[in-house]
Ligand binder design. Structure first.
Ligand SMILES: [Zn+2]
Length: 291
């Protein structure tokens, strides 16, 4: 049989606790690419496949060595010719049955990418306006998830970090070297993501945040780093935090814009600007090395 060419140790059926059989010994993962102008990238599934002829997203079984993101990217590369490096993940949903799970990674891709059916599992790979999706015969599991997927599909997570307040909430000697402490915080944030949704009160399971670190006073001079944009306040750090929150929401009103600070007055101002304050402890929870 020539159809199963990218075989790996995750290929196989699981008799799940839910009473159904699912594909993927270590669970499965798929990629939902979204584009504000083109809609979502769907796969018309080959007739010989499970639920053949329906529409879903590129995806398949995870290998034991892969994260769900890696599996989703590999499957999208195999089935739809999407180069993994062109994909920017936003968030992920996990349908967890205990004995088996399915992760849907929602992402955007470089506009230059030309997706196409690139293996026999796809009859076609088509950008589909979101309003048309529910009119298609959908893969049942994808159809069940579609309303919640759509609700968050075009939203991103922006974390605006009040550096002075967050650094000051951890008694690690920061007062001897504010810039050094701020640089350590920036480095912790560089290694961040994906972050779990629940501690931040967000829907879905995981988010890949855009991080903005607002610095002020003697902590200025810390440069931006991979994945962390540093904004130096001209004057008040609080004003700068509120400005960054307001600006983010002006550009993309649906985004989750969270400001990390324990300062009560600033928290109120962030809320007035349409953002949501979270405490530094939530951030420390996220930046703690995995156990
Ligand atoms: Zn199940």
């Amino acid at each position: 049989m020539t159809l199963l060419h990218h075989r790996h140790d995750g290929d196989g059926w699981v008799d799940c606790a839910c009473g159904q059989r699912h594909w993927g010994v270590f669970g499965s993962a798929g990629l939902l690419l979204v584009d504000p102008e083109r809609g979502v990238l769907l796969q018309h599934r080959a007739h010989w496949s499970h639920h053949g002829g329906t529409w879903g997203v590129p995806g398949g079984a995870r290998a034991s060595s892969e994260t769900p993101l890696e599996a989703a990217l590999r499957e999208a590369s195999e089935e739809a010719d999407i180069p993994p490096e062109a994909v920017l993940p936003s968030h992920a949903w996990v349908e967890d049955h205990g004995t088996w799970s399915y992760t849907t990674v929602v992402a955007t891709a470089d506009r230059k990418v030309r997706a196409r059916a690139s293996d026999p599992e796809s009859l076609d790979i088509v950008w589909t306006p979101v309003g048309d999706v529910s009119h298609l015969p959908l893969l049942p599991a994808f159809g069940a998830m579609w309303p919640q997927l759509l609700d968050q599909a075009f939203r991103r997570l922006v974390l605006v970090v009040d550096a002075a307040n967050v650094v000051g909430s951890r008694p690690d000697g920061w007062w001897r070297d504010r810039a050094g402490a701020t640089e350590r915080l920036r480095d912790d944030l560089t290694g961040l993501g994906p972050v779990p949704a629940a501690p931040l009160g967000l829907p879905a399971a995981l988010w890949w945040p855009s991080v903005v670190l607002v610095t002020e006073g003697r902590a200025r001079g810390v440069p931006s780093a991979d994945g962390v944009r540093v904004v130096e306040a001209d004057g008040s750090g609080d004003d700068a935090v509120v400005d960054v929150v307001a600006e983010a929401l002006r550009d993309r009103p649906g985004d989750h814009v969270l400001a990390v600070t324990a300062d009560r007055e600033l928290r109120a101002r962030v809320e007035a600007a349409g953002g949501r304050p979270v405490g530094p402890s939530a951030l420390f929870e996220l930046t703690r090395p995995p156990r």
